[in-house]
Write a protein that binds this ligand. Structure first.
Ligand SMILES: *Cc1c(COP(=O)(O)O)cnc(C)c1O
Length: 384
């Protein structure tokens, strides 16, 4: 295919998308245009576009209360939030983490000069297998970085116990877990701190954006993160840290303020889509849905489905759906420890469950306005 062919192909796809003939795995949630316009029009008056402006401060307060956490610091995106959170703890050595995640989790560790050590996952819900963490602890281990993958909350009690016993920092990648809670505990209060992503494809978006949250008052962490995201500047004439630029701008914060008004409705609509999938696929032989905890309030961010590789083959289903203009995702394939950039350092066979799941899992389209008819059609194509 030449570049020109590729361009034509892409244009065709965009046209189909516009005509709603294509169903994508997700669709960015947006407020009414006039809602957003009303907020951003003020930016033409005050000309304060970034650097902790009024919308930044308002969003921070609103999120603190929505997420029911002790503190929030906003960032340009989830990845930089995680990178700077790790930097704030001034760690050295090895970080135990999961290979069944998005590139960001591991890259954030490596870009801080730390070494990821991969722990296998629990096949039931795809989160880190807490029973396998202790055997990976060495004298160099400094932290544990699990992911609430697909919004499934990790076995936090066991992991917190291990972290405490061995004096390790516990940082959660909560990019998928916006607004969730477990046994009445808000997810953003677990561990030493958590990172959320507000990327366009996530349940709650600020176009691009992210946050770090923690439990209780933590002025030290709060101030350090604030400075790190602004070049490490600590005063008019002093720069104490080698920080970067990871501030959330006012246009993104305004989008967040608008979207926060709707996010509860969107989550209920997502639940209806999720329930429809469960109704259609929950009892099909050869298909497994991931385990769900009774005590968790979910956000229905993703619709992962595991195929047995026998009656149903993941790659065949993926192609079959694509043939009908339905775009599912092999999320997460490949596992991080199989990435080209980590070749030679890791062997994905060391985490066999993650490897197997990465080859058999598919995330199906889920977003608030996906109709029951479309869900039924998607399921018929899969099963039929
Ligand atoms: C989206 C995501 C991130 C990164 O967030 P961005 O806001 O896109 O930078 C990190 N970890 C996981 C698991 C994610 O899904």
């Amino acid at each position: 295919m030449t570049f020109r062919d590729g361009e034509l192909e892409l244009r065709k796809m965009v046209n189909k998308l516009r005509e709603n003939e294509i169903i994508t795995v997700t669709k960015a949630s947006l407020p009414e245009f006039r809602e957003y316009e009303e907020l951003i029009s003020k930016l033409w008056e005050n000309r304060w576009l970034t650097n902790m402006g009024m919308y930044h401060e308002e969003l921070k307060e609103k999120l603190k209360s929505y997420l029911e956490v002790g503190g929030v610091e906003l960032f340009v995106n989830g990845h930089m939030a995680l990178e700077m959170l790790i930097q704030a703890f001034e760690l050295e050595g090895e970080v135990i983490t999961t290979p069944f995640t998005f590139a960001s989790t591991t890259h954030a560790i490596v870009r801080n000069g730390l070494k990821p050590v991969f722990c296998d996952i629990d096949p039931d819900d795809c989160t880190i297998d807490a029973s396998k963490i202790e055997s990976l602890i060495t004298k160099d281990t400094c932290a544990i970085l699990p992911v609430h993958v697909y919004g499934n909350i990790c076995d936090f009690k066991t992991i917190e116990g291990i972290a405490k016993e061995h004096g390790l920092k516990l940082i959660f990648d909560a990019a998928h877990a916006f607004g969730e809670s477990v046994g009445g505990i808000p997810v953003g209060e677990l561990g030493d701190a958590s990172m959320f992503s507000f990327h366009a494809t996530k349940v709650f978006n600020t176009i691009e954006g992210g946050a770090v949250t923690w439990k209780g008052e933590n002025r030290e962490l709060s101030e350090k993160l604030y400075k790190l995201k602004n070049f490490g500047i600590t005063g008019k004439e002093s720069v104490e840290y080698v920080g970067g630029n990871a501030k959330m701008n006012e246009f993104c914060a305004a989008m967040g303020l608008c979207n926060l008004r709707h996010v509860n409705d969107w989550i209920s609509e997502r639940k209806a889509v999720y329930d429809r999938y469960v109704r259609n696929l929950g009892h099909v032989r050869g298909i497994r849905l991931l385990g769900r905890r009774e005590d968790t309030v979910y956000n229905y961010a993703y619709m992962p489905v595991v195929f047995d590789g026998n009656i149903f083959k993941r790659n065949e289903i993926y192609e079959k759906l694509m043939g009908e203009n339905i775009y599912s995702r092999k999320y997460f394939y490949p596992c991080v420890n199989a990435y080209d950039c980590y070749r030679g350092s890791y062997d994905p066979k060391e985490t066999p469950i993650a490897l197997e799941l990465s080859e058999n899992i598919l995330t199906l389209p889920i977003y608030p306005e996906l109709s029951a008819e479309d869900v039924d059609r998607i399921c018929e194509i899969i099963v039929g």
